[in-house]
Write a protein that binds this ligand. Sequence first.
Ligand code: AMP
Ligand code: GLY
Length: 418
Amino acid sequence: MKTLVIGTGGREHALALALSRDPQVTEVHAAPGNPGIAEVATLHEVDPMDGPAVAALATAIGADLVVIGPEAPLVAGVADDVRAAGIACFGPSPEAAQLEGSKAFAKQVMAAAEVPTAMAHVCETAEQVIDALDAFGPPYVVKDDALAAGKGVVVTDDRQAAIDHAAQCGTVVIEEFLDGPEVSLFAITDGETVLPLQPAQDFKRAYDDDEGPNTGGMGAYTPLSWAPADLVAEVSRRVLVPTVKEMARRGTPFQGLLYAGLALTSRGVRVIEFNARFGDPETQSILALLRTPLSALLLGAATGELAEVGLPQWSKASSVTVVVAADGYPEAPRKGDPIGGLDQVAELDGVDVIHAGTAVQDGQLVSAGGRILSVTAIGDDLAEARRRAYAGVDLIDIRGSHHRTDIALAAEQGTMES
Ligand code: AMP
Ligand code: GLY
């Protein structure tokens, strides 16, 4: 099978890497890709937002399956353009991608499907914002309705900061605060059959102990030994299946990766958000443990034959991913710093370096984005996976870069509560 991955980030590198290790895949192509993806795929220069150009590339290389990585091209309808060219494409239509593209839309779908989520007010005016903030009280949760790459959300006890953030957004969603640990649960679906993947945990704040601003994600691990044993079954029954059914009922079936960001609150599971694509960096950790050929799952979803693929199979190992971010990330990441040490990391057992914001300049690998790269390690248990991941991170040399030192630490120490 010939595959084409669209995107440039760590998620796309993890997808391309898994496809390159999949015995059913003969060729991996990517566009536009990055220097890490270039090690496992043939790169092509195409604007991921240009649907007709993506479809033309897929046709030219004879792709059997196109995988759209990021949300922006999905919301723009690129997956539909690929399908219109007669090529199987993993990823929702623009209508279905609104589950991620509009938080207000996601709330409507959840209400119709009776999916448990935070109470919310959709506000258009400053007056509505103030009423909603005061109705819920602190901590205040203020979300830009539009796509903001995980950075449009402010959670704060400071009422004025909440008002100020809302003023910078257009339509804004004000929510009840959800306590409890967060879990990312992904499901692959063809619009009917829903196959949940192994749950993972992401670390959204920039600094240790969940301090600092929200980011796209600073690290991840799986499995979650502390999570309730019936978590996947419960989330399937109460969240994933009803949402997929409701999307089909509306005539806009969701095909692709349905990402449920969950809070395990004292009052039960609540959806924090949906995304319409693989999460980053959870995907790096999850795919490292997937035993079922990834291509079978993605093609099964894209062609409506997921029921025949069967439940995904997993390695019993643990996997930890640590993101190395640029100086100044997330506010103002510096670019162009040389990246050293990757040759030594390549010699470590069970460790992959996954590129995100990297580029080659004058023959030298340099930083080119906020999240520069991540180190994903597998081990027999979380302790071993953590040790290996941080051994890799410690070998990497990028001026001013920073990473969290506590990824999967509470889980390793057995101090996570659910
Ligand atoms: P989102 O983009 O909706 O996933 O929000 C980003 C992050 O903000 C989440 O991962 C949570 O850490 C936090 N967050 C969002 N909504 C809530 C909420 N209702 N209560 C508490 N934290 C939240
Ligand atoms: N890891 C968070 C996200 O992909 O949105």
